[in-house]
Unconditional design. Structure first.
Length: 455
C-alpha cells in the first residue's frame, strides 16, 4: 500500500509542472496585423495611439497590443494617458476695445499706452465706463492677448441683450501689430434663445491654437444689439495634434425593442474625452441621456445628459457645444431621447468623438526594426515593469524617442480576432484523474487498516 501511495504522489507532482509549462509565450503570429516601427533613439521609445490603432484591437481594454524585436521576442511596454490638466492651463479675462467704426486707430493708440501695469489698468477702467453706453454700435472688438507664452484655444463671451432671443455671427482675426490681420475663424455664431422658461446658449468660439498678440472680433451683418460684458480666454500649454482631432463614428442606429433609444459603436476601446452630434439640418433639438458599457453583456452605465441642437434665427444657424466626458474607453454607447420622440431616419445625427491622448511606451531591446502587433483574442495580456523615464508630459512635443508607424503587414490574420474554441485540457484531466484515484486508494487503504484492527 505504501508503495502505491508513493507512486500516486510522485505522479501528481510530475503532472503539475507540465500543466504550468503549457502556457505559451506570445509571438507576432498570435496577432491579426502588424506595423513596422522606424526611427526613434534610446532605450525608452514610444508612439502615439490613434483611432486606427484602437480599431485594430479586439479586446475591450486595449490589452491586445504588443511590440516585438526582429527575433520575435515581446518587449516590455505599457500604455500611458496624458493628464487632462495639461490641456487647459489657465483662464483669463481679456481686456477689449469696442471699435465703433471701420478704423482701429483709436484702439491702436489705446493699447500702445502701457507705461506701467497699474496706470494701464486704471486707464482701461475709466475708458470702459465712458464708452459703455455706445457699445451696441460697435462693429468689432480689439482684444489683447494677455498670455502669449501659452496657446489661446477658446473664447467665452458674456453679453447683455435687449431682445429675448438673439443670434449673431462673428469672424475672428489675429495680428501682431494691429495693422496686418490674418483670418482665424471665418464664421462663428453666438446665440441666446429663450422660450417658455428654457434657454439655449452658445457663447463659445473655438479655434486652432494661436499665440498672436492681438485678436479682432467683427460682427458679420452688423451688431445684433448686444453689449459685451466680459471675454474669457482659455489657454493650453500643449500643442494640438492630429491624434486629437474629431473622428466621425457614423450615424446612430435604433435599439431593437426599445422606444426612442439609439446606439453606436466606436469600433475599439477608444478613450473618449468629448462627444458631439453632427446634425443633418436646421430645426433639430435633441435632449436625453447618454449611457455606455464595455461589453454587450454588461449593464448600461449613465454618463451624462444630452443637449444638442442646430437652430436657425434671422437667417443664422447656431450649433450646440461638444459634451465633455470623464475618462471612458467603452466601445458600446446608447442614447435615450426625451425629445424628439419617434425620431425619423432623415433626422438621425452622425456621432463625432474626440480622443484623450495616449501613448505606448516600450523598452527597445534586441535587433531592429521593431514590430507593433495589434488585435488578438488568443493571447493573455502580460504585465511588465518599465524603468522610470523622462518623456515629456506634453504628448504633442516630438522627441528623438518617438517612433514612426510604417506600412501594415499581415500576421495571423482574421483568425486571431475570433475567440478560440475551448479545448479539453488533457493535463488538467490527468491531474484530476490522479487525485480521484488517490482518494480512492487512500479510502481502500483505510478500509484495510480498519479490517486489520478488528481482527
Amino acid at each position: 500500500m505504501i508503495r502505491i501511495a508513493a507512486l500516486l504522489l510522485a505522479t501528481i507532482f510530475a503532472v503539475h509542472p507540465l500543466a504550468a509549462a503549457d502556457e505559451e509565450t506570445p509571438v507576432p503570429q498570435d496577432y491579426a496585423k502588424g506595423y513596422e516601427l522606424t526611427g526613434g533613439e534610446g532605450s525608452i521609445r514610444y508612439l502615439l495611439l490613434d483611432a486606427d490603432r484602437y480599431r485594430d484591437m479586439a479586446s475591450d481594454d486595449a490589452s491586445d497590443i504588443a511590440v516585438f524585436n526582429t527575433a520575435g521576442t515581446q518587449l516590455p511596454h505599457r500604455i500611458e494617458g496624458q493628464q487632462k490638466g495639461l490641456e487647459k492651463s489657465r483662464t483669463l479675462s481679456l481686456p477689449f476695445f469696442p471699435v465703433l467704426g471701420e478704423t482701429v486707430e483709436g484702439a491702436a493708440s489705446f493699447w500702445q499706452y502701457e507705461e506701467g501695469l497699474q496706470s494701464f489698468e486704471l486707464r482701461y477702467r475709466t475708458w470702459q465706463e465712458k464708452r459703455e453706453q455706445s457699445q451696441q454700435e460697435a462693429v468689432s472688438y480689439i482684444l489683447k492677448n494677455e498670455d502669449t507664452d501659452n496657446r489661446l484655444t477658446k473664447l467665452t463671451i458674456n453679453w447683455s441683450q435687449q431682445q429675448t432671443s438673439m443670434i449673431g455671427a462673428m469672424k475672428v482675426e489675429t495680428s501682431s501689430d494691429m495693422t496686418n490681420w490674418s483670418p482665424l475663424v471665418s464664421r462663428a455664431v453666438l446665440s441666446r434663445l429663450s422660450h417658455d422658461g428654457s434657454t439655449l446658449q452658445q457663447d463659445k468660439i473655438e479655434f486652432r491654437q494661436t499665440q498672436a498678440k492681438y485678436l479682432r472680433l467683427s460682427w458679420i451683418g452688423g451688431n445684433p444689439g448686444v453689449t459685451l460684458n466680459e471675454i474669457l480666454a482659455d489657454y493650453s500649454s500643449t500643442a494640438d495634434t492630429d491624434a486629437w482631432q474629431w473622428i466621425d463614428i457614423g450615424q446612430i442606429e435604433p435599439v431593437p425593442d426599445e422606444e426612442d433609444a439609439f446606439r453606436f459603436d466606436t469600433g475599439g476601446p477608444m478613450p473618449v474625452r468629448q462627444f458631439a452630434f453632427a446634425i443633418p439640418h436646421d430645426g433639430l433639438y435633441y435632449r436625453g441621456k447618454l449611457y455606455s458599457r464595455t461589453t454587450e453583456e454588461q449593464e448600461w452605465r449613465y454618463r451624462t445628459a444630452i443637449n444638442q441642437y442646430r437652430l436657425q434665427l434671422e437667417g443664422l444657424t447656431t450649433d450646440s457645444s461638444p459634451i465633455d466626458l470623464p475618462d471612458v474607453r467603452d466601445r458600446h454607447w446608447k442614447i435615450v431621447l426625451e425629445q424628439p420622440l419617434n425620431l425619423q431616419p432623415q433626422d438621425y445625427p452622425v456621432i463625432r468623438i474626440r480622443l484623450q491622448p495616449q501613448r505606448l511606451v516600450f523598452l527597445a531591446q534586441g535587433d531592429e526594426p521593431f514590430l507593433l502587433a495589434v488585435g488578438s483574442r488568443r493571447v493573455e495580456p502580460l504585465s511588465f515593469s518599465l524603468p522610470e523615464h523622462k518623456l515629456p508630459d506634453d504628448y504633442s512635443e516630438e522627441t528623438s524617442a518617438m517612433v514612426t508607424i510604417g506600412e501594415d503587414v499581415m500576421l495571423g490574420g482574421e483568425a486571431q480576432l475570433q475567440a478560440p474554441k475551448k479545448k479539453a485540457d488533457l493535463k488538467t484531466w490527468l491531474l484530476w484523474t490522479v487525485l480521484v484515484l488517490g482518494v480512492l486508494v487512500m479510502g481502500w487503504m483505510a478500509r484495510g487498516l480498519l479490517k486489520e484492527m478488528k481482527e
